[in-house]
Design a protein around this ligand. Structure first.
Ligand code: NDP
Ligand code: 8X3
Length: 250
């Protein structure tokens, strides 16, 4: 019988590339997002792969729980959950940020991830198999100007991933935090509130990671022998590295 992967945020970017990667390997898929038309397009693209689409906003706790409870029995024994749905909003300094945008990032990247995880992980423990992959970020480890709340949500994801490992010791359930650097997707268009030309500037003159790279890494992480747990995997484009400390000399 095919294995089942549940990918949140599969309407674009990493999630869509992962759906394509797992489908190519014969897995069956549960894919979610808020844009139903894109979920249906993805399902049609991946035919004849068995795909269950679920349209919900991860910020809505009841809708999330109801959507997962309604997963048909054929798909219900989830082997891999990829908590990928997430976003950044804005790059203003802390004293200029919009509190609604901070709420949105916290509600999506932290609380949404918790709602999905809590609803799925119990079944994994009961079945004695499962792997939860979270999408962290280099922004959860390294500070940068304008990273403020986005980076802090990803620091939460990093620590929560490690704490889950602590709780799940003694079960076969694996947990991995994937921590990418710059990757070209719809991420920057969302971050700059639909301004495609600002988003383009982020990747100008450098070669970013592409979503297919992340899909390949996550597929590899989740198909290693079952006694191997990659706790965290940080990945950057070759064209991205570190700066010296910033010093104000004025
Ligand atoms: P995209 O913007 O291309 O895709 C984001 C996905 O998340 C979409 O499918 C979107 O679906 C979904 N999503 C966003 N908000 C919600 C919500 N409230 N409820 C349900 N689904 C939601 O971004 P990426 O693929 O690049 O990003 C995926 C993850 O990787 C994110 O967690 C991001 O923070 C992280 N990441 C990205 C990096 C990058 O440089 N691109 C680097 C490091 C980490 P829909 O709009 O249909 O709901
Ligand atoms: C996204 C990567 O460097 O834009 O998480 O914050 S970065």
């Amino acid at each position: 019988m095919s294995k089942t992967v549940f990918i949140t945020g599969a309407t674009a970017g990493f999630g869509k590339a992962m759906a394509e990667r797992y489908a190519a390997e014969g897995w069956q898929l549960i894919v979610s997002g808020r844009r139903e038309d894109r979920l249906e397009e993805l399902k049609a693209e991946l035919a004849p792969t068995a795909v269950h689409t679920v349209c919900f906003d991860v910020r809505d706790r009841e809708a999330t729980q109801a959507a997962i409870a309604a997963i048909p029995p054929q798909f219900a024994d989830i082997d891999v959950l990829v908590n990928n749905a997430g976003l950044a909003l804005g790059m203003e300094p802390v004293h200029k940020c919009d509190l609604d945008e901070w709420d949105c990032m916290i509600d999506t990247n932290i609380k949404g991830l918790l709602y999905v995880t809590r609803t799925v992980v119990e079944g994994m423990v009961e079945r004695g198999r499962g792997h939860i992959v979270n999408l962290g970020s280099v922004a959860g480890t390294y500070p940068y100007p304008g990273g403020n709340t986005y980076g802090a949500t990803k620091a939460f994801v990093k620590q929560f991933s490690l704490n889950m490992r602590a709780d799940l010791l003694g079960t076969p359930v694996r947990v991995t935090n994937i921590e990418p650097g710059l990757c070209e997707s719809e991420f920057s268009v969302v971050r700059f509130r639909g301004d495609a030309s600002m988003a383009e500037q982020v990747y100008k003159g450098m070669q970013p990671i592409v979503p297919e790279d992340i899909a390949e890494i996550i597929y590899w992480v989740t198909t290693l022998p079952p006694h191997v747990n990659i706790n965290a995997l940080e990945v950057m484009p070759v064209d991205q590295a570190f700066s010296p400390f910033a010093i104000n000399r004025s």
